[in-house]
Each structure stands twice: as structure tokens, then as C-alpha cells.
Design a protein around this ligand. Sequence first.
Ligand SMILES: Cc1cc2nc3c(=O)[nH]c(=O)nc-3n(C[C@H](O)[C@H](O)[C@H](O)COP(=O)(O)OP(=O)(O)OC[C@H]3O[C@@H](n4cnc5c(N)ncnc54)[C@H](O)[C@@H]3O)c2cc1C
Length: 450
Amino acid sequence: MAARHLIIGGGTAGINAIRTIREEERERSEITLVSAERPYSRMVLPYFLDRSIAESHVYTATPRILAEWGVKSHVGRRATSLDPKGNVVTLDDGTKLEYDDCMIATGSSAVRAPVAGADGANVHSFWTLDEAKGVIAGIAPGSHVVMVGAGFISFTILNSILSLGAKLTIVEIAPRILPRMVDGPGAELVEKWLEKHGVTIRTGATVSAIEDVKGKPGTPARKRIKFARGAKGGDIIADVVIMATGIKTNLDWLKDSGLRIDRGIVVDSHLRSNAPNVYAAGDVAQGPDLIAGGTSIHAIEPTAQEHGRVVGANMAGKDVQYRGSVIINIVEVCHLDVASFGAWDDTTAEVISASRPDRPAYRKMLFRGDRMTGAIILGPSSDIWTTNDVGMLKGLVQTGQPLGQFKERLRQQPFDVKTAFIAAKTTARLLPETVVGRPSKAPGDTPVAV
Ligand SMILES: Cc1cc2nc3c(=O)[nH]c(=O)nc-3n(C[C@H](O)[C@H](O)[C@H](O)COP(=O)(O)OP(=O)(O)OC[C@H]3O[C@@H](n4cnc5c(N)ncnc54)[C@H](O)[C@@H]3O)c2cc1C
């Protein structure tokens, strides 16, 4: 078994791998962590933004905890190259670290659309803790915040921005919002709902420039957002601009490594790259896709967690195959739940869809034969059946249980998912499923605080 494990990246995948190594190993190994940032969870940043949690709650492992776990850490340092033949990683201060096996989990970074002025003052991204702090410093009650990009990240921070008392406008280049999360009818419903809740939305609008508005000396510069010719509406004046225009994987440092990189680091069912003692996990890993087959990048928290645990177990000497990840997108905006799972955009699948005339509720279920392969669901968070059905539809897609006659029942009664879920024995299939071949351990049963 490998004795020196090197983990590059201290985000969700990295920390899950470290914890799992300590849980699974027979003998104490040497673990070294290299991470450009202190370990924290990006997913909780919306709650830091609206001040419902303190900065200390954002961190997933403090220096003291890392020391307790027996992890040698190089926090604040970047890996700059990997030599898989020599088993060496070089850091930005010239340090060379040798390893027996290594896991790459360097995640993603926000990318700003190439617009003049997108790098100016009061124009932010929202991906890292530092970027979140920049946004917090810029917003005061009454501020006008403009978010460029109506995708998942904008929607995860939308409630927080409104709760800070800001006025919000969302600008999107595509003809509709959430183009990578829901279909046209779903997007229309969410758009109407948000407009009812005071959010201004401008779709089909290409930002051409972001300029400073001249104000009184000493006051923060307001921003003028200009649009390409043909866009409806005039310029928009904002106090804060957030560019939520996409992310890219942090892989540039591996360009000379010889690792097989497609859209991400291509990994096998054990999450190993083409260098057998180099694993990849989380947003950078192009790993097994449970629903579509083949490999995909699912840049989401559950995939990073599961990848980290599978790699950690394999590094600790177990033989764990990963069953594959399922794309899961869930957000709640102004008390409307919006979710999609699996192959929700498969244009060749059989579809059952329905909406309710009396409330903002829409759902679409996609099938291959009698198995559900994808779903979209929208509904008020106050309706208990919305919340329940979000979980049950996810379970049906994840397990792919055959529904037999209950598929037809769903066609007749699309708002009754429970009957099909129970009849297909979905819970019985889900309950014994584990990521690393055993149930999770409770805090206290493990050598580290889990
Ligand atoms: C605001 C926000 C909300 C989100 N909400 C959700 C949600 O609700 N649900 C969901 O599923 N997902 C959500 N996500 C996405 C989720 O956070 C990511 O998918 C997840 O963090 C990926 O984990 P990771 O370990 O692959 O990478 P990361 O968590 O990004 O960690 C990567 C680590 O690598 C470090 N690093 C980068 N380059 C180097 C280098 N060269 N050398 C050393 N270290 C390096 C980084 O500093 C970082 O510590 C959200 C993301 C954001 C920003």
C-alpha cells in the first residue's frame, strides 16, 4: 500500500479524500495537502453572503484539525507542475514534493465574459471566499445589483442578495434564464415568479461594455452596463455587478504532465488517470456518468464528495469502483423550488409533463422504456409535495428502477410520484447503496471528526 499520499486541492473532494484515507487505512500513512486556499465549502458561500453564517462556519478544516489528522499542509501554495514519471509535484515556491500516489482536486474558477470593463472596480465574480467578501463589501440596503448570467450560480445567491435589501436585475445572453438547468416552459414559469417578486430580468441581452459612471469624488463608482446593438432596453446603472458567466477547470498547470485531458482529467472507474498512481476528483475529473454512460464532468458538490471518498478509499488500499455520478441541480428562489436531474434535456426520450393552473407548479419526467432517466420539477417550497417529489424523482432517476404499469399511472397522475416510487421499491434499492462499500460512520466512530 502507498505510504505517501499527496492531495492537491483542499476543497470538497480533497477534504473528503483525506478523511476517507484516515477512516480506511490499516496503518497510519503520510498525507500531504497542497491547497491554494484554506479548506472551505464554496456551497455555503450564499449563507455567508446573507450573513446567516459566520466566516468560521465556512471552513471545513482548520490548521488545528489538519494537524490533528496528521496532515502536513502547504496552504496558500499552488502546484505548478506534475511529473508522473518521477512522481514529483512542484509548487510555486519551488518546493518539490515526492509521492507514492497523488490526487488532483484543483476544482474550477469563475470566468468573466470577454467584455470591456469586466475587470473594473465593483465588478465581481462569486466563486471563492475572497470574491464573496468583495461582493459583501459592495452591497448596502438599496444597492442596485446586476448579475450578468442567469445560470445556477446566480440563482444560488439570488435570495441572499435580496435579503440584503438590494434591488436585483439579471441579464442573460440566451433567450431564456437557466438554459443549462430547466427547459423552456420551466424557465418561463421561474421568470414570471421572479418578476412577481421584484426581480428584473432581461434575456437575449449581450453586454458590450461596463463603464464607470462619473460621480462625486470619494463616492464608490457606479457602473453603466451597455448592451450590443439590437438589445431591448437601454443602459443599466448599477452599484455592483456580478459576472456569473461560467467556470473553467483549474488544469492549466498540468499542460506538460502527459495526463490525458479532454474537458477534464479523464479517469477510469476507480477514478485513476492514465498515470495509475495519479487520481483525479471533483470538478476537474471527467469521470463515470451513471445515467448517460461514458464520462462527464458534473461540477457539483455531491460528485466532488463521492469522488473524494472513492479516491480516498482506493488510496488507503481498498478496491472501490465508482458507480458514476448523476447531475443534480437544486435551487430555491423566493420560495420556489427548482430542480433537475439526470438526462432532463434528452430530446430523444419519451416525455410526460404537466403543470398546475392554480399555482406555479411544473414537472417533466423523461423515460427510456419504463425507467426514468431525467426529470425537472418546479413548485412552491411551501407545498410539502414539492419537496417530497424533488427527493423521490431524484431517487427514481438515480436508481433507474423499472416502473412497469406505474409509468402509465404517472402519465394519468403526474403529480402523484409517491405511488410509483413505492411500487418500484426505490427505497429498498437506495438504502443499501454506499459509496465506499460500507455505511457512513457516525462522529466518534472514526479516527477523525466526521
Ligand atoms: C456560490 C456557490 C454555490 C454552490 N452551490 C452548490 C450547490 O448548491 N450544489 C452543488 O452541488 N454545488 C454547488 N456549488 C459547486 C460546488 O461548490 C463545487 O462543485 C465543489 O466545490 C467542487 O469541489 P472540488 O473539490 O472539485 O473543488 P473546489 O471546492 O473548488 O476546491 C478546489 C481547491 O483547489 C485549490 N486549487 C486550485 N488550483 C490549485 C493549484 N494549482 N494548486 C493547489 N491548489 C489549488 C483551490 O484553492 C481549492 O481549495 C456551488 C459553488 C459556488 C461557488
